[in-house]
Ligand binder design. Structure first.
Ligand code: B12
Ligand code: SF4
Length: 528
């Protein structure tokens, strides 16, 4: 392994550790806490003092605050990699030791080293590796690449929520399980996080949630890849195969899910949870009932496509189509779990009629929210590999950059549609996608949907959140002209502040961890 001795001297006690979540655009207020910042802060040894956290979705990183010998940790996913490289290079120029991590750096470590000023890159989970890397940095024995891999669930580090800036976020985020057994063609999770679910212990999850509630967070996103990692079909299959070991493992995972949800029922009753789940959960009334009892009031469900051909395109045969799909999605709502339906446009089998059919199903399926994203080949996915291979050396270039490295193209010039479509032009796909967003988020439809909430205050929150969501997405994927993007940004900023107030609650600093026995005295401060 090549070792590099970075010129700046890292000395625990004299070095500030900066952790930066890059974003080319700042809104002042964030919807969900970027969890990795607070996890890595927690993994930072106390000898380095209090890590300085910057989430650029709130405000830009102040590089002037970096002193020679400081450590700057930058976490990137594909969408913010370019800004991450800018931050890394600026920090390196200030004399800092720059270390990259996150899903994109895991997939392309050399890129961070070449373009981001990285002295080192951590591939995989940072929980265990981070203190070791800091230790190497202080000894001057930093490696270029650390293979941190996938750590076991009991070694996940809980986040340091006391470092949260006050009054900036609407939702906290706590991960309960990492990894997903499926293998959807557009998703990299099963490749990077693996197909074996790594479930965290119930106690540590509950303690983190409680810590967030103490600080006035009522709303918590369970930042999981798939909250329903074991289906009834998986169990039946193991039974048919007389695979006793597998059956036990699946049953244990399932039992743990129920235990977690039971513990959530014991938390203050004003808490609301949101997660991500496959629509298979609609088969499982016991699971949905437990979700409702646990106050898991919303879930992102990957619908992706409403036609059998579309599902085949994305390797998602376990989803339903047509009326069966409407019924499945409504089942969530009927059990008190609101659905954010996620749809993909631009699949090879899509035709103009697909947009109409999708808008119709989104209307009838009782969804609370929906997102209509355009197919983006993310690195690490089956789709990306096929697309890159199909283009060979002939990829279109924007400036000097081939579209197969789309994340390196400045945001404003990035194409919105990547893979050539057999029958529709990129403009047609964009315009039709835009029309479906406009249809779903018309004020009349939002107001009608807001009936799913119990009070007028909640209905107003629902309307504001719907509008905010729509404007934020107008930024990230759909709008092309800069006037529209700027207008959307202004709107999002304006709506974000009042929206946040609707989500906060009175802090409960004295709130205690519920006792483990079911029905024990818990969360008394909030219920009183
Ligand atoms: C929760 C979540 C969201 C939430 C909250 C985001 C937030 N503010 O945190 C919401 C719903 C808003 C969201 C939105 C999107 N997301 Co998202 N999201 C996730 C999810 C499920 C969990 C993220 C999380 O909190 N993990 C827990 C933390 C602790 O893990 P982590 O971030 O991976 O960090 C660990 C390591 O990576 C490493 N690490 C990270 N940074 C650093 C830095 C250093 C220095 C070091 C040493 C280590 C290190 O150590 C950490 C601890 O182990 C992931 C899936 C996943 N498994 O990562 C997708 C994921 C990150 N999202 C993804 C995508 C595509 C999106 C969207 C573009 C979706 C869309 N089409 O709109 C948007 C983009 C949002 C944006 N502009 O940033 C993709 C990214 C793919 C890619 N190659 O970039 C993922 C991987 C899911 C997928 N299906 O592939 N997302
Ligand atoms: S899209 Fe969802 S269900 Fe499919 S592999 Fe990714 S996390 Fe799993």
């Amino acid at each position: 392994m090549t070792r590099v001795r970075p010129s700046p001297q890292v000395v625990a006690g004299d070095t500030t550790v900066h952790l930066v979540n890059p974003s080319h655009i700042s809104f002042g207020v964030g919807v969900i806490t970027p969890r990795w910042l607070f996890v890595l802060a927690s993994a930072t040894p106390a000898s380095y003092g209090r890590p300085q956290i910057t989430d650029e979705t709130l405000e830009p990183f102040d590089v002037e605050a970096v002193r020679p010998g400081d450590v700057v940790g930058v976490g990137i996913h594909t969408g913010n990699a370019l800004r991450g490289y800018e931050v890394g290079s600026l920090a390196k120029a200030r004399g800092a030791v720059v270390i990259f991590g996150g899903i994109h750096a895991t997939l392309y470590p050399d890129e961070a080293l070449d373009l981001g000023g990285a002295h080192a890159v951590v591939r995989g989970d940072g929980d265990v590796a981070w203190p070791l890397v800091l230790d190497d940095a202080s000894r001057g024995t930093l490696q270029r690449v650390y293979e941190a891999g996938r750590v076991d669930a009991d070694r996940f580090v809980p986040a340091r929520w006391e470092l949260l800036p006050k009054g900036r976020y609407m939702w906290g985020s706590v991960q309960t399980v990492r990894g997903c057994p499926k293998h959807c063609s557009f998703c990299s999770v099963w490749r990077t996080d693996g197909q074996t679910p790594r479930q965290r212990r119930v106690d540590v999850v509950v303690e983190e949630i409680l810590e967030l509630r103490r600080r006035g967070f009522r709303f918590v996103a369970l930042a999981d890849d798939n909250f329903y990692p074991v289906t009834l079909a998986d169990i039946a299959m193991a039974q048919r195969q007389h695979n006793v070991a597998r059956l036990e493992q699946l049953r244990a995972l399932r039992a743990e899910r129920f235990e977690l949800m039971e513990r959530l029922t014991q938390l203050p009753s004003d808490m609301v949870f949101f997660t991500q789940i496959t629509m298979e959960a609609a088969e499982d009334v016991a699971f949905l009932t437990a979700m409702r009892r646990a106050n898991i009031k919303g879930a992102l469900v990957g619908v992706e496509a409403v036609t059998p051909e579309g599902l085949k395109d994305v390797y998602k045969g376990f989803n339903d189509v047509g009326e069966a799909l409407v019924t499945r999605l409504r089942t969530f709502r009927d059990h008190g779990v609101g659905v954010l339906g996620s749809f993909i446009f631009g699949l090879p089998s899509d035709r103009p009629s697909t947009f109409v059919a999708t808008a119709d199903i989104a209307d009838r399926a009782g969804l609370a929210f929906a997102q209509f994203v355009m197919l983006t080949p993310y690195p690490g996915t089956v789709d990306f590999a096929a697309w890159e291979k199909s283009l060979g050396g002939d990829a279109t270039r924007i400036g000097d950059i081939p579209v197969t490295r789309h994340w390196l193209i400045p945001q404003a010039q990035r194409p919105k549609v990547y893979a050539p479509h057999p029958t529709m032009s990129p403009d047609e796909i964009r315009a039709r996608t835009q029309a479906v967003w406009d249809h779903f988020y018309s004020l009349r439809r939002i107001w009608a949907r807001s009936r799913c909430t119990p009070t007028l205050r909640a209905r107003i929150a629902f309307v504001l959140l719907s509008k905010l969501y729509r404007q934020m997405y107008a930024n990230t994927g759909i709008a092309t002209d800069s006037a529209r993007v700027n207008r959307a940004n202004r709107w999002a900023r304006l709506i974000a502040r009042p929206c946040r107030l609707l989500f906060t609650a009175r802090p409960l600093p004295g709130l205690q961890l519920p006792a483990t026995e079911t029905g024990a005295r818990v969360g008394t401060e909030a219920r009183a």
